[in-house]
Design a protein around this ligand. Structure first.
Ligand code: G3P
Length: 222
């Protein structure tokens, strides 16, 4: 599984966003097997517009709050996402922390599958107790660095080993190329989170193909 977090980069919040999504849409048209392997988290400002424009792509939310639908100005309640067809969300990304508050149970009872981001195993254990749909390990200092998390192979192995079989295990930070994804899978990950390498690519079609094709080659179920 490839999760593309498009964040709020200039490249992903201007008309360039449509170039990124056109590329992914073409890839999924050409390779229908890519469709279920790809989750895309656009800027919240573009989430529903992107979903409407690209019905063949799977969009997820970058964040969701523990707030009710109603008088909750500026928050993103789970009910609002679910009633608009968004059924997955990242939570606790290093750039948008929620811990020590953990409201995964509440979110998942409302129909949102949660991909909980963690900076270490202690945090992961908290989300594991809540049966988060997936748990992602992202060391903060490597995010956007271009230095792949898989360079810290012992840390990654420790993480995947502790969670394997209990939830889906995702790793991210600094992943830029197919060999980083292959290394992640060899270290026990079910999927990866990638942002800057795709968003800032000069050729998003080729980069998207390179990243997605690893999952096509290794295991059609992932
Ligand atoms: O959520 C993914 C992200 O934090 C990783 O960023 O730019 O290192 O791929 P990047």
């Amino acid at each position: 599984m490839l999760i593309l977090n498009l964040k709020n980069y200039e490249e992903s919040t201007t008309t360039h966003l449509w170039k990124l999504l056109d590329s992914l849409n073409t890839l999924v048209e050409e390779r229908p097997d890519f469709k279920e392997k790809l989750l895309i988290a656009p800027s919240m400002v573009f989430l529903l517009l992107a979903k409407e424009r690209y019905p063949n792509l799977n969009f997820i939310s970058q964040h969701v709050d523990d707030k009710e639908q109603g008088s909750t100005t500026g928050w993103t309640p789970a009910e609002v996402l679910v009633s608009n067809g968004i059924n997955f969300s990242l939570i606790n990304h290093s750039e948008h922390r929620v811990l020590p508050k953990n409201y995964v149970d509440e979110l998942q009872s409302k129909g949102i599958k949660v991909i909980a981001c963690c900076e270490n195993l202690d945090e992961a254990e908290i989300f594991l107790k809540s049966k988060a749909w997936a748990i992602a390990y992202e060391p903060k200092d490597l995010i956007g660095s271009g230095v792949s998390v898989t360079n810290r192979s012992e840390d990654v192995k420790k993480f995947t080993k502790a969670l394997k079989g209990k939830t889906k295990v995702i790793v991210g930070a600094g992943i830029t190329k197919a060999s980083d994804i292959k290394a992640s899978i060899e270290l026990g990950a079910d999927g990866v989170l990638v942002a800057s390498a795709f968003v800032k690519s000069q050729d998003p079609y080729s980069k998207g193909y390179e990243l997605l094709n690893v999952f096509g080659e290794i295991d059609p179920e992932k």
